[in-house]
Design a protein. Structure first.
Length: 135
């Protein structure tokens, strides 16, 4: 019995030290000219906040998430797509956090005009957590 308690205690200590990659984020957001913006709507999970495409002083496009919030889930991705079913999409990256302020640099190949929907997508289960339509 004492070995069991010791093993459980050890696992609790280890899991308590492991920080989730999807905690709150409060990055210093880049500045520049806003070229497009949107508000998130919920898909299968409650999702809120805003997203903006910003052109910085160096001419690079940034995707800014502000006051963002969604549920946690496995393998959450940020995709840009022409529709909500993600039949085609361009991946921006793994979701950095389930709440807060954060940004992604959009590579030159990312077309946010054609792919004007920002999707929070669970790749493991093919589930749309939330979306925003850039305008």
């Amino acid at each position: 019995m004492s070995k069991f308690i010791l093993a459980v205690s050890f696992l609790v200590i280890l899991s308590g030290c492991k920080k989730s990659a999807l905690d709150n984020a409060n990055e210093m957001l880049p500045t520049g000219t806003i070229v497009s913006s949107a508000t998130f709507s919920s898909g299968s999970h409650t999702t809120s906040g805003s997203v903006k495409v910003l052109r910085d002083a160096a001419g690079k496009n940034q995707l800014l998430f502000e006051n963002f919030r969604t549920d946690n889930g496995p393998d959450l991705r940020v995709w840009l797509a022409p529709n909500n079913n993600a039949s085609t999409y361009q991946e921006v990256g793994l979701l950095k956090a389930i709440s807060g302020n954060f940004s992604y640099e959009l590579g030159a190949s990312i077309n946010y005009s054609t792919n004007n929907r920002v999707l929070i997508w669970c790749e493991d289960f093919s589930v749309l957590f939330g979306f925003a339509v850039l305008q």
